[in-house]
Design a protein around this ligand. Sequence first.
Ligand code: NAD
Length: 503
Amino acid sequence: MATATEPATLTHWIGGRSDPRPAERHHEVTESATGEVVARVPLAGPEVVDEAVTAATAAAREWGESSLATRTKVLFAFREQMHARRDELAKIVTREHGKVLADAAGEVQRGLEVVEFACGLGHLLKGEMSAQVSGGVDSYSLRQPLGVVAGITPFNFPVMVPMWMVPVALACGNAFVLKPSEQDPSASLLMAGMLAEAGLPDGVFSVVHGDRVAVDAILGHPGIAAVSFVGSTPIARHVYETGTAHGKRVQALGGAKNHAVVLPDADLDLAADALVSAGYGSAGQRCMAVSVAVCVGDVAEPLLAAVRERIAALRVGDGTEAGTDMGPLVSDRHRAKVAGLVDAGAGEGAELLVDGRGLEVAGHEGGHFLGPTLFDRVRPGMAVYDEEIFGPVLVVVRTESYDEALTLVNESPYGNGAAIFTNDGGAARAFEHDVSAGMVGINVPIPVPMAYHSFGGWKGSLFGDLHVHGPDGVRFYTRNKVVTRRWPDPSQRGVDLGFPTSR
Ligand code: NAD
């Protein structure tokens, strides 16, 4: 166990066990609420990635050919493990990430729901059949696993985002190499142990820790057929371009700047609750956080009053303590970046209504805290509008009309989520149809789809064609094969050099 003076040394997980080899490079993992170093995580070089891929390749064939019943049994057992140890997982997330325990428990629950979806995956692997496409000829399709696939995940959901990928890929019959965020890597090791306990054969799931060196080794490795990535837009673009240049199937989910449009007829209490919850939950470190409120017509004054009232009631502190609404940011570096953007916003003429930069949490002077921050009269061209802040900063843009608001949302280079608050069904329907975003909320601020739908954005929020989990996840982790079959029938013999057509 780590103490203040002795951080734990984490290991990779390869071939079904921890891999205790000494590493040349490490990253120091901090407890976000105190700033204390709690673990040292090894940063893999290409040779470690290669060993994980070799173990995965050796295991992939047998796993891919195992019966659906066998795979389902392992996933059910994994589901039981995760369910039984969900509090332990949530505590690890809170410690390293900083989000409050209830939020961490919610993340574990949403990850579990994808495991549960994967337990029933046989339903989506059935393929399609057309009888008698020609005389005595049938045609049918099969979906087969890809082999070894990899996942590269961000710091902000160290349980849920790996679970968007791993259970679906395994249920489809693939072996999986996970490269979690080096900032909060411990949860991935706990889940690796649970998969082993659940009966997953050695090598089918590995965890390789690392930074860009490990990522680039994954992208260039010929033994990896596909890569799922979730993280910021510049890295997502790099992963997509490099991975596809190496002939891999890639889905790379990027950053976001999610807008919530509030129309004058909206229920303003509901809208204010939603903006504060989705703007400051997890200290704004969610890809589906609302970071821009677009106030249409005369809605800004009453809405801002309601938002400020709610911000004043928020309790910021250590996420493990009962009653805390918002925890710290993940690292000191990230805190400095967010504070720098708040400086920029104030310098560019945005109206700083609530300033969280000076916040101090007694007894946690080394923690990475920054209080809820609110800007009014923000415009495109200001850094606080153009950049993804990924912190507890909500910016308000005022527009004259719905059309102006829609244009603003659609001109954003991001397109993850977008929401509208209104009681007008026609306006909501027009928004749902016209908005350029992959996930839309109507009086719902964070429209994260359930496990049996797929999650993904548009524009700079996703590079690739398929979203994660749900039906798209199954398509991503399998390839289609179409069989055309007939049984010999003497009446159909004879050479015919014409192009085959149905008869
Ligand atoms: P990040 O892009 O810094 O890191 C993501 C992963 O890439 C990590 O595993 C990291 O080790 C690796 N990485 C970092 N720098 C790299 C480099 N130069 N080359 C190769 N790999 C590199 O993202 P983050 O800070 O961990 O997470 C926050 C970001 O993720 C935000 O932009 C957020 O919007 C985004 N995100 C998006 C979604 C989504 O569904 N679209 C979900 C969660 C988070």
